[in-house]
Design a binder for this molecule. Sequence first.
Ligand code: TYD
Length: 201
Amino acid sequence: MTAKFITLEGMDGAGKSTHIPRIIEILKTRGREVVSTREPGGTPLGERLRELLLHEAMHAETETLLMFAARREHIAQIIAPALARGAYVLSDRFTDATFAYQSGAKGVPADKVEILEQWVQEDLQPDMTLLFDVPVEISIARLAGARSPDKFERESADFFTKIRDAYLERARQNPQRFRIVDASKSLGEVAKAVEDIIATI
Ligand code: TYD
C-alpha cells in the first residue's frame, strides 16, 4: 500500500503536533509533494470556522455540523486536488476526531456522524491514521504546563477518558488503517516509533 492520505489523531496533550515537521521531512525524501494541513481549518473559511469552534459555546450537534462544513471545504479545496496530483496529504486531525470528541465525549449519536461522514466524504478515507495514545493523567499534566487552553482543553478528566476510549474503539474497528503510537514514552522514543511507521508507508 502506498499511503497518500495520512491523518494524525489523539487527545489534546498527546503531543502529535510535535512530530509533524519530521514526518514531512521523511515524506519529502521520497520526491513527492507533501501537503500538510489541519482540522478544523485547512482553508480560509475553515480557519474562520475553527475560531468559532474552539472558542464559542454551542450545541454539540451544531459543533458537529460546523466540523463537517469545514471538512467539506477542506476536501474540495485542499485534500481532493492534492490527492489527484499524487501528493502525500498529512492532516492534523480528521473525521476520527469528530467520532471521539462530538460523539464519544459529547454524546452525538454515532449514526448521525456516520450520515455526515458518508455525505461529505463519499469514498474518501485516510489511507493511514497515526493515533497518539496516552493515559488521561499524562495528557492533562502536559496541558497544564502548556499555553492557555481552548474550549476543548478546559474539559474534565471524564471527558478526556471518553475521548481516549472512543479513539481506541475507532482503532479496533479499523485495524487496517490505524497505527497506535504509545505517546506516554519519551519524546525520542515516540519520534522513533513514528519514523518506523512512516517508513512502512
Ligand atoms: P488541536 O488539533 O489539538 O490543535 P492545537 O494543537 O492547536 O490545540 O485542536 C483542535 C481541537 O478541536 C481539539 O481539541 C479537538 C477538536 N476537534 C473536535 O472536537 N472535533 C473534530 O472533528 C476536530 C477535527 C477537532
